[in-house]
Design a protein around this ligand. Structure first.
Ligand SMILES: Nc1ncnc2c1ncn2[C@@H]1O[C@H](COP(=O)(O)OP(=O)(O)OP(=O)(O)O)[C@@H](O)[C@H]1O
Length: 436
């Protein structure tokens, strides 16, 4: 990371109103910026053995205005006084009811939270207080062997966090193995994770290592953890707890030394309460929870992200033009695709920003034209035709080059370009680029 990023660090703290919560058995806990989970499960920070409380019921955390209460998909609901709430901020002493148990929330005065000086971690950048706090947590946990669950909407940078944690860990020279839990074929799931012996099932011609075995001495990143098939969950939990695996069709156990990182877009609280995700596995993997806020909640990150993107595409001199354009034209955009969407828009803009007026055309085209129909809808002027040709040639060049760099692997292309796999495929089809 260049010095530029460090010298631009300005925001060093934020203000929150935490306080305390008194549990039904009379204990008092401090509520701070890291969430406190309330539930029936023994792993919850406030564990309440009340059958009407869901295993993961709700959570409390300090935010700017007071103590935020968030229901996590409980069956019987979370109440403040007599009002059932999904999400609310408590600013005065209030009674919180879960099942038939009562807790008392008491907000305290606002206090300053030091968010650390760092405005980057690995290949992540961000100036907002929330991201600075994420970076300071990551700096602390990366060198440990703690497992980390990374939460956030699509495109918020979960995979980059995982890779950056691996790169800053003692296992950095070991393998970094990614398993996309959402695309595990059910029939092969167990073998994919734990490996198999030769002849274990039809088609098992070779003895194979699974993802856990491959990750030995390194990091296993379970992407889309919420999609992990239910029947695999207890097996994975056992393997992680006992630090050993048994291949499908095998009888011997092999020791493994693997650090686990995981990510999910799904609300795992809801999944657990619906019985689709095991809470014991959740607490085993979520020793540390890191939440990446949506980009719309941290727009102050935009300039540093654009600078980073311009640097990546080799056009650092265009950063200020792109930032000014985004502020002027997309100030009210709420970035549903988060940083991935910003990276896409900013890289196209940065690449063509040298031509006067080009950004308007580029962004209008990339945002409004379906990929397969980049054709003028009305009478084309020579100017717009020229722009279209420039974009087409940029896209063709970009994806041809990307295909070479990723050896034709679409997942790798998606990773490198920060796009969804189906978008990458659509561009390859559009320009008839051969994956070989
Ligand atoms: N803080 C950041 N700094 C720099 N680049 C970032 C940051 N966050 C995300 N990115 C970029 O945004 C793109 C998307 O990131 P990533 O693939 O990690 O998102 P994700 O949360 O894993 O998305 P999904 O849930 O869809 O898999 C990547 O190109 C990544 O480099």
């Amino acid at each position: 990371m260049d010095e530029n990023h460090a010298t631009k660090a300005r925001v060093l703290h934020w203000f929150v109103r935490g306080g305390s919560v008194r549990t039904p058995d009379g204990k008092t806990l401090t509520v701070d910026v890291d969430p406190i989970v309330i539930g029936r499960d023994e792993g919850a920070q406030i564990s309440i053995p009340d059958p009407e409380v869901s295993s993961i019921h709700c959570e409390l955390r300090a935010v700017n205005e007071g103590i935020q209460v968030r229901d996590l998909g409980s069956t019987n609901g979370t109440f403040i006084g007599l009002v059932r709430v999904k999400e609310a901020v408590v600013t005065t002493v209030s009674e919180l009811t879960v099942g038939s148990s009562r807790l008392v929330i008491e907000p305290a005065a606002k206090r300053r939270v030091d968010v650390g000086f760092s405005n980057h971690f690995g290949s992540l950048v961000g100036n907002s207080p929330r991201m600075r706090r994420v970076f300071s947590i990551l700096e602390k946990v990366a060198p440990t062997s703690l497992s980390v669950l990374i939460l956030g909407e699509t495109g918020t940078g979960k995979e980059v966090v995982a890779k950056s944690v691996h790169d800053a860990s003692p296992q950095r020279n070991g393998p970094f193995v990614v398993v996309d839990c959402g695309s595990i074929p059910p029939m092969l799931a167990e073998s994919l994770l734990f490996g198999h012996e030769r002849g274990a099932f039809t088609g098992a011609h070779e003895r194979r290592k699974g993802a856990l075995g491959e990750a030995d001495g390194g990091t296993l990143f379970l992407d889309e953890l919420g999609e992990l098939p239910l029947d695999l969950q207890p097996k994975l939990l056992r393997a992680l707890a006992e630090r050993q695996i048994k291949r499908v069709g095998g009888s011997q156990v092999e020791p493994i030394d693997v650090r686990v990182l995981a990510a999910t877009r799904r609300d795992l609280g809801r999944e657990m309460n619906a019985g689709r995700f095991r809470s014991d596995l959740f607490f085993r993997i979520a020793q540390v929870r890191v939440e990446l806020p949506a980009l719309r909640e941290r727009l102050s990150d935009l300039p540093s992200l654009v600078e980073e993107v311009c640097r990546r595409v080799g056009k650092p001199e265009h950063a200020q033009t792109v930032i000014a354009w985004l502020e002027g034209h997309m100030g009210s955009h709420d970035w549903p695709g988060n940083v991935r969407e910003l990276v896409n828009v900013a890289s196209v803009a940065a690449t063509l920003a040298g031509e006067p007026g080009a950004i308007d055309d580029v962004l209008t085209l990339t945002r409004e034209q379906p990929l397969d129909a980049a054709r003028p809808s009305g009478p084309a002027t020579a100017f717009s035709e020229a722009k279209r040709t420039a974009i087409a040639s940029f896209e063709r060049e970009y994806f041809t080059d990307l295909t070479k760099r990723a050896g034709g692997n679409v997942s790798e292309m998606a990773r490198q370009s920060g796009m969804e796999r189906h978008h990458v495929r659509a561009y390859l089809r559009k320009y008839s680029i051969d994956k070989q």
